[in-house]
Write a protein that binds this ligand. Structure first.
Ligand SMILES: Cc1cc2nc3c(=O)[nH]c(=O)nc-3n(C[C@H](O)[C@H](O)[C@H](O)COP(=O)(O)OP(=O)(O)OC[C@H]3O[C@@H](n4cnc5c(N)ncnc54)[C@H](O)[C@@H]3O)c2cc1C
Length: 376
């Protein structure tokens, strides 16, 4: 019998981990304080990106994931549509050049397109207000809710137990071993514990007096009623290519958009500092996001917005995930902090299985939860 794994969190990372671990023969229990995908996994746009995965391990993870999604097809509304990063000025363009080169070296036929060529990939984008676009043909989109639920179904089919409305409130330890978690539904014992609680992973670590190099911010998006096709692939702004992006701002407005399989346009995003449980949608956040979107898509001013939402999502200041056993509690594994988790989750979950079963250490321990990372 393989060790019993208790997974904390009911988002995509935990879903993919539960499916992979249960299939590998582990008894698995998932503990989620609310409903499945009630955190960031149910709040996001479903964009699949490559422009922010130029490290070989990262690009390989995304390619493996997209290959898996291509077999799932309509089950998760996967569409390998290609995607663009909109480069708004010369500085963003300069920042995108080495990224484009790195992607091409990795095998992605990325290109920087201007004028007519840019218009051909995204006809509704106003090319008079932009410098150019970075186009990655293998980027795409999916339905995030269907995807998360798909992996939970796989996990259950492989024997995993999923307990909803079960909030982890503390840990029981014996020496340096975690023996059980305490929850509002009683205690749950296990051999290995995986902290996959997204932005809340920080709180979970804190319950054991641990600190992990994780940050989080609240991201806001809103969605229109279905309209005829107008946006082909995921669209994001090129701010991340700027060498000196001011991360200390309490509110950052970026360009983001995607059209779902059913025609709704999801527009994002306002990224704001907040408490971990905050779901607040701020009026300035909404207005500035809408303004940015309309500056780039002026002909879409008639979109009727039907809903807006916000949720916290995790990040790390060095851009690397938090993946590894805790030095203080060697049977506690942290599995969080991946950028845009939808592009990598199932492949990352298979690496997790190797780490738990074989002691595999990824990238020379660069992702250690015990590393020190200072804010930029
Ligand atoms: C507005 C927005 C847009 C985004 N757009 C994209 C995008 O287009 N593409 C992309 O790839 N990514 C996007 N992201 C990021 C993406 O959603 C996250 O990378 C991903 O969902 C992280 O998954 P997770 O499982 O780690 O965390 P989560 O989905 O947040 O799951 C963590 C879960 O842990 C549970 N939990 C917390 N504390 C406890 C506890 N004590 N006990 C039990 N359970 C607990 C929570 O309820 C939650 O369900 C977006 C995020 C937001 C907010």
């Amino acid at each position: 019998m393989k060790p019993r794994v208790v997974l904390i969190g009911g988002g995509l990372m935990s879903a993919a981990a539960a499916a992979a671990l249960a299939r590998a023969g582990h008894p698995v229990t998932v503990l989620e304080k609310g409903e499945l995908a009630c955190g960031a996994s149910g709040a996001n746009l479903g964009q699949l990106s490559l422009f922010d995965r130029i490290e070989p391990w990262h690009y390989a993870l995304a390619c493996e994931t997209f290959e898996e999604f291509s077999h799932l097809g309509e089950t998760i509304e996967y569409d390998c549509s290609g995607g663009v990063v909109v480069l708004q000025d010369e500085a963003q363009y300069e920042g995108a050049l080495p990224v484009c080169d790195a992607l091409r070296r990795l095998g992605e036929p990325a290109r920087i397109l201007v004028g007519k060529e840019a218009r051909e990939v995204e006809p509704f984008l106003d090319d008079t207000v932009i410098h150019s676009v970075l186009h990655c043909p293998h980027e795409g989109k999916l339905n995030p809710l269907l995807t998360t639920l798909h992996y939970y179904r796989q996990a259950e089919d492989a024997g995993a137990e999923i307990r909803l409305h079960t909030c982890v409130t503390g840990f029981e330890t014996c020496g340096d071993t975690v023996t059980a978690v305490q929850t509002n539904q009683g205690r749950v014992e296990g051999d290995l514990f995986v902290n996959a609680a997204g932005a809340w992973s920080l709180d979970l670590a804190g319950m054991l007096g641990l600190s992990i190099p994780l940050g989080y911010h609240r991201a806001t998006a809103f969605v229109s009623q279905p309209v005829p096709p107008c946006i082909r692939g995921p669209i994001v702004g090129g701010e991340m290519f700027l060498a000196h992006r001011d991360m200390s701002l309490r509110r950052h407005i970026g360009l983001g958009g995607v059209q779902t399989a059913h025609g709704s346009v999801i527009i994002a995003q306002a990224t704001e500092t907040s408490g971990v449980d905050s779901r607040e949608v701020t009026l300035p956040g909404l207005c500035l996001t809408a303004r940015t979107f309309l500056d780039h898509f002026p002909t879409l001013g008639d979109l009727e917005i039907v809903r807006a939402w916000a949720c916290v999502t995790p990040f790390t200041h060095d851009g690397l995930p938090i993946f590894g056993f805790s030095r203080s509690f060697p049977n506690l594994f942290h599995f969080t902090g991946f950028k845009g988790a939808f592009s990598i989750a199932p492949a990352a979950a298979r690496v997790l299985v190797r780490a738990l079963d074989e002691g595999f250490v990824w990238e020379g321990d660069a992702f250690s939860p015990d590393r020190t990372v200072s804010a930029l």
